[in-house]
Design a protein around this ligand. Structure first.
Ligand code: ADP
Ligand code: ADP
Length: 233
């Protein structure tokens, strides 16, 4: 089943006299369970595409169908509701609450989903276990390594069981060895059936994905199945 389907989407930014076509006629579709990298140099349109795919923004023209729903014409509020249900975000900068434990950070999205305290703790612990961090549940972010913090952020992204894990430069703040640790985690999540979209400008990180969509100047330059997926040794 298709999770992501963009139909000839374009995004135009107008700033006074200046017009920038950040995306031009981008048509891609991603099936449930795929692990895709959006690759491309700075300015190629990756963030713009990610913002649309993640329901943070809508295209200027064209359609975006997310998990069967046309979200291209939705209002801010409708978009926010779809985003909360369908998308789990991971950012380069982790974005964890510093005074809350790993467990509390992971449990946070469950508050809005209406679970009881007991249920939240159970679900958050189970999700932390899924990223190999149940033994760090009560640690605060500053008591964790960079890789552990990013794993907490991944657990938080997954706790509501979203249809897409959307990771924006997930290894951008990590050293090489820790980056491999996160790529290893993504590999395990992919094997468990999660749909992963990773945005990166780093070619060696993109090589961990099973499909690589390369953008250049707002168009899809290539869209290939990665026949030589990099594995963490
Ligand atoms: P990437 O993530 O690949 O670096 P972006 O999607 O951020 O690329 O940018 C694509 C193009 O759109 C660039 O020329 C950038 O300057 C422009 N752009 C991005 N966001 C905005 C914005 N909010 N307003 C105006 N121009 C923008
Ligand atoms: P270089 O090849 O210049 O040493 P790399 O970034 O490829 O730089 O590797 C840095 C370190 O990470 C090396 O010690 C290497 O053995 C290790 N390494 C490289 N690729 C992998 C991988 N896929 N999984 C785990 N470790 C790796």
């Amino acid at each position: 089943t298709k999770i992501i389907e963009t139909q000839s989407i374009s995004k135009r930014y107008v700033m006074g006299e200046e017009v920038i076509d950040a995306l031009k006629d981008v048509t891609i579709s991603v099936n449930k369970g795929e692990y895709v990298a959006f690759m491309g140099p700075s300015g190629s349109g990756k963030s713009t595409l990610m913002n649309i795919v993640g329901c943070l923004d809508t295209p200027t023209t064209g359609k975006y169908i997310l998990n069967g729903q046309d979200v291209s014409e939705m209002s801010e509020n409708e978009l926010a509701a779809v985003r909360n249900k369908e998308i789990g975000f991971v950012f380069q900068t982790f974005n964890l609450l510093p005074r809350q434990s790993a467990l509390e950070n992971v449990a946070l999205p469950l508050i809005y989903a209406g679970y009881s305290k007991k249920e939240r703790t159970e679900i958050a612990l189970r999700t932390l276990k899924g990223v190999g961090l149940d033994n760090r549940a009560l640690h605060k972010p500053n008591e964790l390594s960079g890789g552990q913090r990013q794993r907490v952020a991944v657990a938080r992204a997954l706790v509501n069981d979203p249809s897409i894990l959307l990771a924006d430069e997930p290894t951008g703040n990590l050293d090489t060895k820790t980056s491999y640790e996160i790529m290893d985690l993504f590999d395990q999540l992919h094997k468990k059936g999660n749909t992963i979209v990773m945005v990166t400008h780093e070619d060696d990180i993109a090589q961990y994905a099973h499909r690589i969509i390369r953008l250049r100047d707002g168009v899809v330059e290539s869209d290939i199945i990665n026949t030589n997926v990099r594995k963490v040794e």
